[in-house]
Design a protein around this ligand. Structure first.
Ligand code: RUQ
Ligand code: CUA
Length: 634
């Protein structure tokens, strides 16, 4: 750290020296980087460079995990450098790490070759990120995945019945008991059932679900589902502190209709208000224990009409997107996209209203709390508010999609009868049309309050052109002072939605899979020496136990007959960090990659006769090119 500050000071002198030098010799300075004025913000070159420069060999302070949208991955970057460090494939195959080619990951991907990864969630203990697991939803196929942060690999993809387009996910409760899932686009349930859209109001249903997280292994399983009216359930969050025990989701289209040719954007915006759905998951646990559910599509589904106290609606400005619980857990923040305000709700007022049965109406067995009784304030943040994050110092930051800006505003308490606009303390323009935003440890109970990353939908003109499809932009903003300061523009593959920032020292990833590590499951087919390497034939099945080490495979010839089933278990016996080996068979569309100490299995039918070289795809040594063998198919 100290070294780094010295380096930064030296850099500052260098930058200043450069300008002074250029001015003195009378030469026109080259167009100064950072000087190009434009909408979306500029930064002060010297201070921004100092704040973000991570010297070669030096390390970032935080990990940034940002979703890859319909690319199906998660990207990893460092903060403050914003350098992309790794890609974690989740819902899509990724030949770079061999993901989706070996038997295990191929089975995990199942029938899909892509997913729409939106909202990462980090495991928590007592409301703090604990650095164990990272979760993410698939907005396309009703799925959720778990990544182990010891090796940064996807370990499980869970698909559950009845959830149609899982968007309101994966938000984690303060002790990682549950992750959320929710239907974005209602359908008749179970999936596969037919009903025309003309019967939308009565035959289509939404479903929200609690996914249990095993406290030891992180394994995901379905705990319960709750059937809810056919609205579109959008984003969610889990309560904490005084709101622990509740889950929240915004929903739009409370008009509950899908009119053919009617444009949902119009028909779903008729009413002034939509809702936040609030679920009491302790009540869901009780309903499950009492057998108070029915089975739909194989899943236990609770009907709120039969389980009073399980679900409530909180009215909110129409067509809302984000709902975010403040670090204290007391304030629940929701934003209607078409309203220039964001609304603060008080969990204490919500509890009081529930106790007093202070309801406006009841929809499909779900009471609607009286808006004026539970609302704390409406804050005029600006146009197109989407998501809100926090700094732990009493301020909230709301992304403004239409305004292309981030608004910083003060959380309660507020003065009685005050003009609320005074609580919007500052704004910073971003480039352009911001969706999500994230602050350092912003979803935990103690955000760090130094960095914010704006995940913008458009980046036009802020980088070298790469044709009509240009990258998304992610802007790093300093929020440590009174005024927000733009530090850095980074550009990403399509298409980050949400992201999370965790302190680097909370993670302790392994360097290799140690040969005898009791904390890691032993692969039953692992081999550790040339002596153990072998090929066995049983009828038409040929099984190969192969090892890879710099710079050869053993065995390096596999003889089979056309039509044989071939099973290759490949162990990389290296115990040195970053000594990876690949195993690609030409013309067979196979490429697996094994990390040091790792074993993977790939099974295929040898359906092409001939001589097919296999080789190591990962550059491993000076003699990497020589690391090859032959699959001989007679
Ligand atoms: S959503 S910004 Cu999943 Cu907000 Cu995309
Ligand atoms: Cu092993 Cu290249």
């Amino acid at each position: 750290m100290k070294n780094r500050n010295i380096l930064r000071a030296m850099l500052a002198l260098l930058v200043i020296g450069l300008f002074v030098g250029l001015a003195a010799c009378g030469k026109k300075p080259p167009q100064r980087r950072g000087a190009r004025a434009g909408a979306g913000g500029t930064s002060d070159l010297a201070s921004a460079a100092l704040a973000t420069y991570v010297a070669p060999g030096d390390l970032d302070e935080y990990y940034l995990f940002y979703s890859g949208g319909h690319g199906g991955q998660i990207f990893v970057a460092g903060i403050p450098s914003m350098r992309h460090i790794a890609t974690i494939p989740v819902f899509s195959p990724y030949p770079g790490t061999g993901y989706g080619f070996d038997d295990e990951t191929r089975e995990m991907l199942g029938e899909y070759t892509w997913g729409d990864s939106h909202h990462p969630g980090l495991s928590e203990t007592n409301g703090e990120y604990d650095g164990r697991w990272l979760f993410i939803n698939d907005n396309a196929n009703g799925r959720m995945a778990r990544i182990d942060l010891r090796d940064f690999k996807t370990k499980q993809i869970l698909k559950i019945p009845n959830i149609s387009a899982n968007h309101g996910s994966s938000f984690i409760t303060p002790n990682s008991e549950y992750a959320t899932m929710a239907t974005r686009m209602s359908i008749p349930i179970p999936e596969g059932k037919y009903a025309d859209v003309t019967d939308y109001a009565t035959k289509y249903k939404g479903v929200v679900a609690g996914i249990r997280i095993d406290p030891e292994s992180g394994h995901l399983s379905l705990a319960w589902e709750i059937v809810v009216p056919p609205f579109n359930y959008d984003l969610g969050d889990a309560g904490k502190g005084p709101s622990e025990g509740f889950m929240f989701w915004t929903c739009y289209n409370s008009e509950r209709e899908f009119i053919e040719g009617g444009k949902l954007e119009v028909t779903a915006s008729q009413k002034d208000k939509d809702f936040i759905l609030m679920i009491d998951y302790r009540e869901a646990e009780k309903a499950m224990a009492a057998g108070n559910f029915s089975k739909i599509g194989g899943a236990p589904v609770i009907d709120p009409a039969d389980a009073p106290g399980i679900a409530y609606f909180i009215p909110l400005a129409k067509s809302p997107h984000g709902v975010d619980v403040a670090p204290s857990g007391r304030w629940i923040i929701g934003s209607g996209k078409l309203s220039p305000t964001t609304t603060v709700f008080d969990i204490e007022k919500i509890k009081t209203a529930i106790a007093a049965k202070d309801f406006e109406e009841t929809i499909d067995g779900i009471p609607v709390l009286t808006y004026s009784s539970v609302r704390e304030a409406e804050i005029p943040v600006g146009l197109g508010p989407l998501h809100t994050q926090f700094d732990g110092k009493g301020y909230a930051y709301t992304s403004l999609f239409i305004e292309s800006a981030v608004a910083k505003w003060k959380l309660p308490p507020y003065d009685e009868g005050a003009d609320m606009s005074q609580y919007v303390v500052s704004k910073i323009p971003v480039a352009y049309n911001i969706g999500h935003l994230v602050t350092a440890e912003g979803d935990s109970m103690s955000p760090d309050g130094n960095y914010l990353v704006a995940l913008n939908k458009l980046s036009k003109g802020r980088h070298l052109s790469v044709g009509p499809s240009i990258p998304e932009s992610a802007q790093l903003i300093d929020i440590s002072g009174d005024k927000m300061k733009l530090l850095y523009d980074a550009f990403t593959e399509p298409e980050p939605h949400y992201a999370l920032i965790i302190k680097a020292d909370k993670l302790d990833p392994i360097e290799v899979y140690k040969k005898d590590d009791p904390t890691w499951p032993k692969h039953p087919e692992a081999i550790w020496s040339v002596e153990e390497a072998r090929i066995e034939r049983r009828g038409k099945t040929v099984e190969v136990w192969m090892m890879a080490v710099r710079s050869f495979f053993a065995p390096d010839v596999i003889r089979v007959n056309r039509g044989d089933k071939v099973i290759v278990h490949l162990t990389n016996i290296e115990q040195t960090r970053d000594e990876l080996h690949g195993f690609a068979i030409t013309s067979y569309d196979i490429n697996i990659v094994v990390d040091p100490g790792e074993t993977k299995t790939v099974t295929f039918i040898a359906d092409k006769a001939g001589v097919w070289p296999f080789y190591c795809t990962n550059f491993c040594s000076a003699l990497h090119q020589e690391m090859q063998g032959y699959l001989l198919v007679k």
